[in-house]
Every structure is written in C-alpha cells, then in structure tokens.
Design a binder for this molecule. Structure first.
Ligand code: SF4
Length: 227
C-alpha cells in the first residue's frame, strides 16, 4: 500500500531509476551508428550544459554515460538531451541500450537497421537485475558479444543468439549458443521473449547467467522457438 507521506512522483520514478536523495541517475547513450558510440563535440558540451555544472557524470563499461540529476529536472533534462540527438534511458535495474559494434563492414553488411530496431525494442525494459544485450555485425565479434547476458551475432544473412555471458567475478562464463540461423524479422520477438521469460521467472534478484543455468538452455530454446 502507498503511504500518504511519500510523494506520488517519487513512487513512479522509483520503479525506473536509482533514487539518490533528491537526485536520480539517468543513462545517456549515443545513437546506434556506423563508427560506434560516437558523441559530437557539440553533444558533449551540451550534455555538460543541460545536466548542469555540479552533476556527476560517470563513463560506464557498457557505453552509457550515467549522470546524477535533480529529480524535479529529470524530464526537462531528458527532453533537452533528446533534442541533441542523444538517447536517455533509466539507470540501474533495466536492460541497457544495445552494446553494438562499430559496423566497420558498413551499415548494410553489418545490418545497422536490425541493430537499431533491436535497440528500440529492448533498451530501458525494467528487469530483476541490470541486463546487457550485445550485438556484432559479423563473427569477428569485436564488441565482445559473448561476454554479455544476451548476444546477437550476424552470420552472413542470418543471426545467431547466445545467452548467459558473465564477465564479472572469478567465475566468468562465455555465452552459449541458443539459436542459429534467425531471420531479421525474428530478432525482436525472440530477444523480447527471452527478456519477458526472465522477468517472469527470475527468483528475486537472480542474475541472468544464473537464471540461464537454472532454467536450462533447452527450456529457453523452447521459449524462443515459439517466436
Ligand atoms: S563485429 Fe564485425 S562488423 Fe562489427 S565492428 Fe567488429 S569486425 Fe566490424
């Protein structure tokens, strides 16, 4: 039940961002593009201007900038950053924006449009634990996709999906192949089905890699194959 003493605005924000007193964290990303995670100098200077001189800005390991901003200015800041061509997502317990490669083989060959569509579908979904989805435009995988929770790797004209990569701690793991030969149309339905299944069946704050080991690759394959 909601306490009368807690402002409604705070309750709504609590589900999607980390609350830090009267501050909140937002995640800022450059758009998915050829060349990788590129910011123009104008965008960088505007980030400083829009979030304010006192804001703490952190470079994360997953290609997002985290900025601490006053809660009451969050929406205006988000709008201002988006006007600069940047993307703003919730920080913390959510799917990160797609961690994509640099598309060095070109937009068509590395399927930039598929990556953009996938990013739109998955970035910012509230999840039991932070979730990273990687994308590589070819099997060279220079974006290290197999170290991510979910990975999409383009192989000639189709895509392979891997799950359960774990780069942290001393029990690291390389993601295992879940499906191979997916057409582009199936990418979003399959990846969102895997995320939905994780959201529904995770035990508390269960990490995705542990979840994959518990529910088994076979069960996840059955879920994915329905889409
Ligand atoms: S994964 Fe392939 S297409 Fe993407 S940047 Fe690396 S080599 Fe280029």
């Amino acid at each position: 039940m909601v306490s009368n003493e807690v402002p409604l605005q705070l309750i709504l924000l609590q589900s999607e961002v980390d609350i830090l007193g009267d501050k909140t964290k937002i995640a800022i990303s450059a758009p998915i593009q050829v060349g990788g995670s590129l910011f123009t100098s104008e965008q960088l200077s505007q980030i400083g201007t829009i979030v304010g001189a006192d804001a703490k800005i952190e470079m994360t390991t997953f290609k997002q900038l985290y900025a601490e901003v006053p809660i009451e200015r969050r929406d205006a800041i988000k709008e201002g950053l988006e006007l600069q061509g940047l993307e703003v997502y919730p920080a913390g317990f959510a799917t990160k924006s797609l961690i994509a490669c640099n598309f060095c083989k070109g937009a068509e060959e590395a399927s930039l449009s598929a990556a953009k569509t996938l990013n739109k579908a998955i970035a910012g979904i509230e999840t039991p634990m932070p979730l990273k989805v990687g994308y590589a435009g070819c099997a060279l995988g220079t974006s290290e996709p197999l170290l991510k929770d979910i990975a999409v790797v383009k192989m000639r004209d189709t895509f392979d999906i891997y799950v359960g990569g774990e780069p942290k701690g001393i029990k690291t793991a390389i993601a295992k192949q879940l499906l191979t030969g997916l057409t582009e149309e199936r990418l979003v339905p399959v990846v969102t089905a895997i995320i939905d299944f994780y959201k529904t069946h995770a035990k508390g704050k269960e990490k995705f890699s542990k979840f994959v080991n518990r529910v088994t690759l076979e069960q996840l394959q059955q879920v994915a194959n329905k889409h």
